[in-house]
Ligand binder design. Structure first.
Ligand code: SAH
Length: 242
């Protein structure tokens, strides 16, 4: 790498439904019920900096992989898409361990808000951890950024979905949360779990139950058989405030 150093200063910070890395879908847009606030900071915390942005439905968010940045990087990585078994060049993947810990996500801009001197953007379809520092925001331009018939290497299509169901009690807990917070929870859990967030090594040795933190809730689920052929899916059986 060149020995020039450049300094980046965050323009904002993410307040996200994702309280831990485990469970976050591997790309934005896979869980459209995922919500976050992007709070602008410092000199960027002014309405002028986002004037005109509300006319765009989607934005590019560039951010720091702050949680994994201390762990270094390697020229090749094992993408989960390839079962964690084959290696690819780091630049052929969207791995979080990169020479510069920068991430890029295309997300939906729901609205722009301002209160008590704080400007923030309401986002959905995010794949960002709580407290992620944001280094830039740009409008999405479909005529320039969307390419028809583009080739997508080892990830040509969206990943397979795992069937997800809820116990009656878990479904009621979701409703209670949705009424008090105004955020979708049942659809968020559904969209997160259907991606099967377990890393390859956990899939090889299934556990009795699993847990993931979403908003202020510990969501617990287990593997169940969903038909007589022995196919399996996930059942959400407990949702507890933490
Ligand atoms: N769309 C982005 C991110 C792809 S990697 C890009 O292409 O650059 C997606 C993973 O990033 C998620 O599964 C989540 O575990 C991880 N992630 C999200 N925010 C993070 C953060 N602040 N620090 C480290 N990892 C993060």
């Amino acid at each position: 790498m060149s020995d020039h150093l450049y300094t980046l200063q965050p323009v904002g910070i993410i307040r996200s439904c994702y309280q831990e890395k485990f469970g976050i879908p591997r790309q934005p847009g896979l869980a459209t019920s995922a919500r976050a606030k992007l709070e602008l900071s410092g000199a960027c915390n002014c309405p002028e900096a986002v004037a005109g942005l509300d006319a765009f439905s989607h934005i590019w968010v560039q951010f720091l992989f702050h949680e994994t940045q201390g762990a270094g990087w390697r020229p090749t990585v094992r993408p989960p898409r390839l079962g964690g078994e084959k290696r690819m060049g780091v630049f052929a993947t969207r791995a979080t361990h990169r020479p510069n810990p920068l991430g890029l996500s295309l997300v939906k801009l729901e609205k722009i808000c301002q209160k008590n001197g704080q400007v923030w953007l309401e986002l959905s379809g995010i794949d960002l951890l709580d407290n992620t520092p944001v280094v830039d925001i740009k409008p999405y331009l479909p005529w320039a950024d969307a390419i028809d018939n583009a080739r997508a290497g080892f990830a040509p299509e969206a990943p397979d979905n795992t069937p997800v169901c809820f116990t009656e009690q878990a479904r009621e807990e979701c409703k209670r949360f949705e009424l008090s917070s105004g955020h979708p929870l049942e659809s968020l859990i559904q969209e997160v779990l259907t991606q099967d967030p377990r890393p390859a090594y956990l899939k090889k040795r299934p556990r009795k139950e699993y847990g993931v933190l979403l908003w202020d809730y510990n969501i617990r689920w287990r593997i169940i058989e969903i038909n007589e052929a022995g196919d399996t899916g996930f059942e959400v059986f407990s949702i507890e405030a933490v």
